[in-house]
Design a protein around this ligand. Structure first.
Ligand SMILES: Nc1ncnc2c1ncn2[C@@H]1O[C@H](COP(=O)(O)OP(=O)(O)O)[C@@H](O)[C@H]1O
Ligand SMILES: [Mg+2]
Length: 362
């Protein structure tokens, strides 16, 4: 993960929008969306540095195996500990306000939130609201892979509470599973706690080929490595403009000094990650496993329209699918960002490396 503005390339517009949202008084909630490894976590961390957000906490869902109503306290403890470590001159004030919350103990810079009191979360946030008021500094809470926190009862309600009542505390959410993030934000559901509240959305798109090429060239020149254009070309083509994979390719090229080996390693790493995510999605949908895999297999060959894809899937399954069921499968796959719709309305795999994962699953 990048934190240094000087090591973060491209996405100038997103960084600027984020900066505006962090500084102005009206923005309450910022949502950063994009496929995994595109640079969401880096963008937000770089943004904190660049825009000098002194008091911020990162609550990273991926810092525990799964976020549950138990493990969330561990995530909280870590995030608050980091906040305190970096708070500079405000450390004393923050420590004293936090330690007044029942269930929170502060020892040195270590903050420990004891499980068991669901209200502790809201009270911590309110304490941070007082920090913001007394210090005259905004406090920003960053929930990374925020859709995973939806498993914690009352999480969306707590966000709405901060939004409405805790002045001075801003929220940033980032998420790779875009449909699930939208659900948390209450985009489509009037009964959802956050429904109807203005949100600043920042979308991270893949780098277009010429930018991806520039990204690699710059990386190689920093590493002092002469790398043939044809290698770079092939990497750009296979890694589809995703900075995380481009970075990994650069790194493996540097340590192995071999283009095919570097590319092989990135592709393997990416497909393993994709396969894990796909397996965990499928294991919760055993009945429809074969149907989901058939959809993904069809899209592995090329992007397709709704009806073309339906024909391909039916051919693969050897039977008809009813429209509403088929549409539901597509929505699920979109919610979890396995597939996405292109500007032309075609469905495609959200990550080209998912193809390798799909090929290995039955
Ligand atoms: N714009 C960028 N410039 C340089 N490196 C980047 C950029 N975006 C991402 N990276 C690199 O790619 C990796 C993945 O980025 P990360 O922020 O973790 O992605 P995400 O949170 O979207 O999954 C990081 O290790 C980081 O080093
Ligand atoms: Mg991330």
């Amino acid at each position: 993960m990048k934190e240094e503005p000087s090591e973060f390339y491209n996405y100038e517009r997103q960084l600027e929008t984020l900066g505006m949202g962090l500084r102005d008084r009206v923005t309450r909630l910022i949502a950063v969306k994009g496929v995994r490894r595109i640079g969401k976590s880096s963008l937000v961390r770089v943004g904190f540095k660049l825009h000098n957000v002194k008091v911020h906490a990162v609550f990273d869902a991926r810092s525990v195996p799964v976020v549950t109503s138990e493990s969330v306290f561990e995530v909280l403890s870590r995030g608050l500990t980091m906040l305190l470590e970096r708070a500079g001159g405000l450390r004393g004030l923050i420590a004293s306000l936090l330690s007044r919350v029942e269930g929170v103990s502060v020892g040195g810079v270590r903050v420990e939130v004891t499980p068991g009191r669901p209200r502790v979360l809201v009270e911590v946030v309110e304490a941070l609201g007082r920090v913001a008021a007394e210090a005259g500094e905004p406090v920003v809470l960053f929930f990374d892979e925020a859709q995973d926190f939806a498993a914690v009862p009352g999480f969306a309600r707590m966000l709405a509470h901060i939004y409405d009542y805790v002045d001075g505390v801003k929220i940033v959410l980032a998420g790779s599973e875009v449909g699930l993030l939208d659900r948390l934000l209450g985009r489509r559901d009037p009964k959802a706690p956050l429904y109807g509240r203005p949100i600043l959305e920042i979308v991270m798109e893949r780098l277009p080929p010429e930018r991806a090429r520039g990204f690699l060239e710059r990386g190689f020149s920093e590493l002092g490595l002469e790398w043939p254009g044809s290698y770079i070309e092939e990497a750009v083509e296979s890694l589809d403009g995703i900075p995380g994979w481009l970075t990994a390719y650069g790194y493996y090229s540097y340590i192995t000094r071999s283009h095919p080996e570097a590319l092989r390693r990135v592709v393997r790493e990416a497909s393993l990650l994709a396969r894990d995510e796909l397996e965990s999605f499928l294991s919760a949908r055993r009945q429809a496993r074969h149907r989901y895999l058939t959809i993904l297999r069809c899209l592995s060959s090329r992007p397709m329209s709704w009806s073309e894809l339906k024909r391909c899937v039916e051919a693969g399954l050897g039977r008809r699918l009813n429209n509403s069921q088929y549409t539901r499968y597509l929505h699920e796959l979109q919610d979890y960002s396995f597939i996405e719709k292109t500007g032309e309305g075609l469905y495609r795999l959200a990550d080209p490396l998912l193809r390798h994962a799909v090929a290995g699953l039955h």
